[in-house]
Ligand binder design. Structure first.
Ligand code: SAM
Length: 225
């Protein structure tokens, strides 16, 4: 699924080198000195310049978060790669993403999984990301505009869940929608402060295991929850 450029540009290769360096630099915290080649190749195949605002185009291939419309951000490529890697995805997985934003993380995830369901609370961003990803042929993404704190439709279960905005507590509906054996990554912590990137695993008996992976800084999850 998804649009692929026929070659990987030298800018994308340079970005990949920065991501590998960050993975090495953060190895003691993350426990991952290297990220999966499948994930890195998915990252390299997404032309980030099409996801950033025109005014930021010159910075597309820097390993940095950048501002997008509506006071939101497109995440740092290393963090996108790390969160994807932590989800330990399989080609048949059904994945939920909360916080579509620019659609960049969605474009990295979609080719690695069976189906991606993505929710964005700001209608303008949701419409733009859906149009962008549909235009490029990502046929396995379902889009929703709404509050992702409440999860996807009642009764849906996911092998993996990724939350790309910071939460003060783990949303209970998201935990309920995580299948036994599933993985969830999310930034946990107070608004406008450093948060902890958390990996939550639901064991087969539905008990939870949590690990703090890395300090991160995300925009807050908004909504009226
Ligand atoms: N994954 C995005 C990307 O690659 O561009 C970056 C996401 S940005 C850091 C966080 C996004 O979460 C913003 O677009 C924001 O509007 C969205 N968001 C915040 N609260 C939300 C909520 N309750 N439900 C769904 N999306 C939410």
């Amino acid at each position: 699924a998804g649009w692929r450029q026929p070659w990987v540009s030298s800018a994308a290769l340079a970005l990949l080198a920065q991501v590998r360096q960050d993975a090495w630099r953060c190895r003691h915290e993350t426990g991952r000195a290297v990220l999966s080649e499948t994930v890195l190749s998915a990252l390299a195949n997404v032309p980030r310049e099409h996801f950033v605002e025109p005014a930021q185009a010159a910075y597309s291939y820097l390993n940095r978060a950048l501002p997008i419309a509506c006071q939101q951000t497109i995440s740092q490529p290393y963090i996108v790669a790390l969160m994807t890697d932590l989800l330990d995805l399989s080609a048949t997985d059904r994945v939920l993403e909360v916080g579509t934003g620019s659609g960049y993380q969605s474009a990295v995830l979609a080719p690695l999984v069976g189906q991606l369901c993505t929710i964005e609370i700001i209608p303008e961003l949701a419409v733009r990301a859906a149009a962008r990803l549909r235009r490029w042929g990502y046929g396995n993404i379902l889009f929703c505009t709404g509050d992702g704190y409440r999860g996807w439709d009642e009764g849906c279960l996911f092998e993996a869940i990724i939350v790309t905005a910071a939460v003060a507590t783990i949303p209970p509906r998201l935990l309920a929608q995580l299948r036994p054996g599933g993985r969830m990554v999310l930034p946990l912590g107070a608004e406008h402060q450093t948060q902890q990137l958390l990996l939550v695993t639901k064991r087969q008996d539905a008990t939870l295991c949590q690990r703090a992976v890395l300090p991160v800084r995300f925009v807050p999850l908004t909504g009226r929850h």
